[in-house]
Design a protein around this ligand. Structure first.
Ligand SMILES: *Cc1c(COP(=O)(O)O)cnc(C)c1O
Length: 294
């Protein structure tokens, strides 16, 4: 079995007759000795970087919050692939910089801050025009990095997975990653997304992403909306304790924004007999550990 596929072995899962694996895309690094090029944010960047190079861009410009995994990944990838990077950060500058933004600067990213009302307009054509005026001809990545090329990158996650799973689980923000997984899955597999945000908008978003990407919306997926813990970046002691215990038991680090919520939810669903006996389940570890130290 691939080193990246770890079986979770416990009496609880044995009693339920469930086989559970974690696919460690968080440490699946295509560049030796560069641990920052890994996880879903790298998957989403890969073909965008290729495209930027093809079109002779020398700068990537993107958006994110002060703790954004996407900002972190874009800075690291820019450095690794010789592209300048500009990050437009939501809110005001706080000094000293937090570890995410400190890392971004160390990797050569130029940071600018946008107040929240301005940040909200970041998709408008006027705003994008202003950006062109100010920063020149940059390759622009949306917040969170989701676009068609990002989805294409995420279709490759399952290529690296040697196991035929019945269920594949993934944490969701914008839904770009899970869309790639859905697009590359077999009809006999069921993909389960665990939204990290509150609200029921994500089903529509994923439908739209899949429609735009491949003109076809497969039916073999579902979202479980019960494990957002109050919304994006919200958490509680139960979740933090779970993450700590999980690290102790299996030596696999999770974080409270995405992967912790997914694993908590997945184990809870198993407890509640959501999956038929003999199911083979793979949870995708999408990374995201940069902003979280236990
Ligand atoms: C961003 C992120 C996600 C969500 O990815 P989307 O493509 O936006 O749905 C999941 N897990 C981790 C660790 C992330 O950083």
């Amino acid at each position: 079995m691939s080193k990246l596929l770890e079986k979770i072995d416990t009496s609880f899962l044995n009693a339920k007759n469930i086989q559970l694996y974690i696919f460690r895309d968080d440490i699946n690094t295509p560049i030796p000795n560069n641990p920052h090029i890994a996880g879903n944010k790298w998957r989403k960047l890969k073909y965008n970087i290729q495209k930027a190079k093809e079109k002779n861009h020398d700068t990537l410009l993107t958006f994110g919050g002060a703790y954004s995994n996407h900002i972190h990944a874009t800075a690291a990838a820019g450095k690794a692939f010789n592209l300048k990077t500009i990050g437009l950060i939501r809110g005001e500058e706080h000094l000293p910089l937090n570890p995410t933004l400190h890392f971004a600067i160390q990797n050569g990213m130029e940071l600018h801050y946008l107040d929240r009302s301005k940040y909200r307009l970041k998709k408008s054509s006027e705003f994008l025009e202003q950006i062109k005026q100010k920063f020149g001809h940059c390759y622009i990545l949306p917040e969170g990095g989701t676009n068609n090329l990002a989805i294409k990158g995420c279709t490759e996650i399952l290529d690296d997975l040697s196991l035929q799973a019945d269920y594949i689980c993934c944490a969701c923000g914008t839904g770009g990653t899970v869309s790639g997984i859905i697009a590359s899955s077999k009809k006999t597999q069921t993909i389960i997304g665990f939204p990290a945000l509150k609200g029921n908008f994500l089903t529509n978003e994923i439908n739209e992403l899949l429609q735009n990407y491949q003109n076809f919306i497969p039916k073999n997926w579902q979202l479980v909306n019960d494990y957002h813990f109050g919304g994006y970046a919200k958490s509680n002691t139960e979740l933090l304790n779970f993450i700590q215990q999980f690290k102790q038991d299996y030596n696999i680090p999770l974080e409270p924004i995405y992967t912790g919520k997914m694993m908590f939810g997945l184990l809870d669903l198993i407890k509640k007999n959501y999956f038929p006996p003999n199911s083979k389940i793979v949870a995708i570890h999408t990374g995201g550990l940069q902003g979280f130290q236990t």
